[in-house]
Design a protein around this ligand. Structure first.
Ligand code: 26V
Length: 824
């Protein structure tokens, strides 16, 4: 009889140790005498992985047995970062592992830092998907993530002579966190043609024939919940040539290159993550990626549903699919195709199932980021899907016409097909029409999509189709893991780690906001975190920074709308101010370290110029004896999730300074405040709700409001455009070649002076500088500053991604958690 394997409990450090040794000696075929940190990392991960896979199996069995509605989160990006520390903390075995490893002669931090980040994402959108997976598992939702297994994640950034250089991120060399499922393979079709005929009953039939087949192979990544029995699954698809090997005939006749060409071409599909965020370029390979991933995922979801033998009309009761932006919108078309072409349902019945199944999240209002695919491209690659899109559009436009018979313009405005040359498929419109709910990611953003880009759809569908779910972050990674000492202090005052499951418990910290002892400890922890970052800065840049200085941090993708250029112009302004100060005045100024980090899309020349300017300013300021410790400018190379875990806890003030109305939410703003930093920011994205939660006196807001932006832009273009005098001074200094050849930076300056200052840097500059002066003043009063940070942390409960997931479950997915205790 089959006796179930009992995984090791890791009840004692010795038990853990013995599993590590077993993996070193058997799986890795090494001896304890040549076990270095890399091998120790590998063995530690493998030991933990054994446990995760058992829990994964039990979870899947439980979910199959219960047969509840499942959530499928489709995202082209999952920015997971490191897995080991997270796995140890979530299963509650970090202490045991720590002691076990120490006994083997290793420090756990050194082992953790061996791991390569899983960097399958660009920025906020991908990290949000990762936080959501953590929350769904921690809350016991039966949920799957579906994505692509890129061979190359986001590129590594090197700074060479002040310029960004991109290096490929080959991360799969050794990845203990994935399980290849060579038995789960799906054939994916591309190209070909559609043959139409009538069946015996005269019903029109469409068959998609010909073209080529690529195989999708599943790789599973276990997602352990925090202190739960749930381990969910992230399924990533990898592409493989259908023939498996190359063409032996060609190979034997000496045509080696074309023999491998097919294999190469198939494998290219999942080879690389597109490094643009917020810029759509309409590349065929990107469309191939999207369909490949969507078709494989839907095949998997439909197969699982069919096992239950339920009728099709119950599909939406069993399946909720959330579209992370428009990237997976083809899933709507693919499900309709499966239902009408393969399962032979009537169009209307199929379409009703489809729309009940999908929800669509919008993450940006920037017009250049809205996906559109050319009709000829789609006709060639996905001929059947294009026909279905036309039919979806026809029925949709007919319904609009019935509702608004006299409004011809409206039809053109809401059509899924843009009548341009060539015609384009508007993916956001398709996503809205094919979903039952559309949500934005912060209140302002959700209001803006209703009043701007999707205005006409509010008219057509009514306002209830649109909703808001303000983003959140997982407190497990972004507090407990990144800032263990702060977590421990909070736990000691709130009755243990329960606050990590119910973040509103942080409220209990309010009573310590004036507690002398508590404040002292609080301040010591911040200081220690700053020392840790200062050490990293020293090691990576050679610059010594004073941990007692005010750490001012802006880390995020480099983009004009996020306005790192305004920050560095502000730094130059500060530099000039310091140079003009008397020694007495200098004594009164709080020393500052301005820290930047972030990647520029490889083809985004302006963003690269901003990086160059930051580094050039740093090279001058950091070596100026007149300035000394009063100002340092640092660019942290290769900002990623694991760097963020060092940077975020070390901040005194962080910058979230996008032009109002452009940053959909932002999530690092939440991470910084949760770690006891204050923020300076515009009235944009989630900053607004953060202000509402923590109180206006605990945040430094500045700048024009979203409602004022349009008029200001109009004035720049058609009225008088006066540049802020302090900013002109900064430009004059740049022109003196103070920071190297001024010509390198003309584009940055003339975007403001000559090209309408689209992002309103000049309009907000004075307000920005003045507010930074308020920050200087406030920081001098450390006692009050600390009180502000404690009160802020105490009021951040709302921004847990657990709250977000519960809101999605209730208002979009109509699902409930599956409590494993009750179920057992
Ligand atoms: C768009 C595109 C266009 C095609 C090429 C590749 C690519 C990759 C990503 C995107 C999506 C851009 C939208 C985005 O990342 N939005 C961010 O979403 C965060 C989570 O909701 C939010 O906090 C940020 O404010 C928002 O900018």
């Amino acid at each position: 009889a089959w006796k179930k394997f009992q995984p090791k409990e890791f009840a004692t450090p010795e038990e853990f140790e013995s599993e590590v040794v077993r993996h070193v000696e058997t799986t890795l075929a090494r001896s304890m005498f040549n076990c270095d940190e890399t091998a120790a990392y590998a063995a530690t991960s493998l030991a933990l992985r054994d446990r995760l896979i058992m829990e994964w199996n039990q979870t899947q069995q439980r979910h199959t047995f219960a047969d509840n509605k499942r959530i499928y989160y489709l995202s082209l990006e999952f920015l997971m970062g490191r897995a080991l520390d997270n796995a140890m903390l979530n299963v509650g075995k970090k202490e045991v592992a720590k002691e076990g490893l120490l006994d083997l002669g290793f420090r756990i931090e050194d082992i953790i830092s061996q791991e390569h980040d899983a960097a399958l994402g660009n920025g906020g959108l991908g990290r949000l998907a990762a936080c959501f997976l953590d929350s769904m598992a921690s809350l016991n939702y039966p949920a799957w993530g579906y994505g692509l297994r890129y061979r190359y994640g986001i590129f590594k950034q090197e700074i060479v002579d002040g310029y960004q250089v991109e290096v490929p991120d080959y991360w799969l060399d050794f990845n203990p966190w994935e399980f290849p499922r060579h038995d789960i393979v799906v054939d994916i079709q591309f190209f070909g043609h559609v043959r139409k005929y009538e069946d015996d009953d005269g019903k029109p039939i469409s068959v998609w024939e010909g073209g080529e087949i690529v195989k999708a192979v599943a790789y599973d990544v276990p997602i352990p919940g925090f202190k739960t029995a749930t381990t969910n699954n992230l399924r990533l698809w990898s592409s493989k040539a259908a023939s498996g090997e190359f063409d032996f005939q060609k190979f034997n006749s000496g045509d080696y290159e074309s023999a491998v060409a097919e294999t190469q071409r198939a494998e290219t599909i999942s080879a690389v993550l597109y490094p643009n965020d917020n810029l759509e370029r309409g590349k065929e390979l990107r469309l191939k990626q999207q369909y490949f991933w969507v078709a494989a995922s839907l095949y998997d979801i439909v197969r699982r549903f069919k096992k239950s033998k339920r009728p099709w009309n119950e599909f939406p009761d069993q399946v909720a699919i959330q579209l992370n932006d428009t990237h997976p919108t083809l899933a709507i078309v693919e499900l309709q195709r499966i239902l009408i072409d393969l399962e032979k349902l009537e169009w209307d019945e199929a379409w009703s199932i489809v729309t009940k199944t999908f929800g669509y999240t919008n993450h940006t209002v920037l017009p250049e980021a809205l996906e559109k695919w050319s009709v000829p491209l789609m006709q060639n690659l996905l001929p059947r899907h294009l026909l279905i899109i036309y039919e979806i559009n026809l029925y949709f436009l007919q319904s609009v016409e019935r509702k608004f018979p006299k409004d011809r313009d409206l039809l053109g405005r809401v059509s899924i097909i843009e009548e341009s040359q060539p015609k384009m498929v508007r993916m956001a419109f398709l996503a809205i029409v094919g979903s039952h709910k559309v949500n934005g990611v912060a209140e302002l953003h959700s209001d803006l999509i209703k009043s701007t880009i999707f205005k006409d759809f509010v008219k057509v569908f009514g306002p209830d189709k649109f909703t808001n779910v303000t983003n959140g972050i997982t407190p497990r990674r972004w507090l407990h893991q990144a800032n263990p000492r702060l977590s421990e202090l909070i736990a000691s005052k709130t009755g243990g780690l329960g606050y990590l499951k119910d973040l509103n418990i942080l409220n209990e910290l309010e009573k310590y906001a004036d507690d002398k002892e508590f404040k002292k400890e609080w301040a010591e922890i911040k200081y220690a975190n700053k020392v840790r970052l200062a050490k990293h800065i020293k090691e990576t840049t050679g610059v010594t920074v004073n941990p007692a200085a005010l750490f001012d941090i802006q880390v995020k993708r480099i983009h004009e709308y996020k306005r790192q250029q305004m920050n560095i112009f502000g730094v130059i302004h500060r530099y000039l101010t310091i140079k003009a100060m008397t020694p007495e005045e200098k004594k009164k100024l709080a020393p500052r370290v301005s820290i930047f980090g972030g990647k520029a899309a490889p083809g985004y020349w302006m963003a690269k110029t901003i990086i160059h300017l930051i580094n050039s300013v740093g090279a001058v300021v950091n070596n100026d004896k007149d300035v000394g410790d009063l100002l340092k400018v640092i660019f942290v190379e290769d900002y990623n999730v694991s760097k963020a875990e060092i940077i975020v806890p070390a901040s005194d003030i962080s910058e979230h300074i996008s032009t109002a109305g452009t940053e959909a939410s932002g999530t690092s703003n939440m991470k910084f405040v949760l770690n006891g930093g204050l923020i300076i920011g515009t009235c944009d994205g989630a900053n607004i709700e953060i202000t509402r939660e923590i109180g206006e006196s605990n945040i430094f807001l500045f700048g024009n409001l979203a409602e004022e932006v349009e008029d200001l832009r109009h004035t720049h273009n058609y009225g008088e455009h006066i540049i802020d005098p302090a900013l002109l001074q900064v430009f004059a200094e740049i022109r003196k070649n103070t920071f190297g050849d001024a010509e390198s930076f003309t584009a940055l300056v003339s975007a403001i002076e000559d090209h309408g200052d689209y992002y309103l840097v000049s309009d907000d500059f004075n307000s920005y500088i003045q507010t930074q002066a308020l920050v200087d003043e406030a920081y001098k009063n450390q006692d009050e500053w600390i009180t502000k940070t404690i009160l802020s942390v105490a009021r951040m409960g709302f921004f847990s991604s657990d709250r977000c997931i519960n809101e999605y479950a209730e208002s979009i997915w109509n699902t409930e958690p599956l409590n494993p205790e009750e179920d057992k």
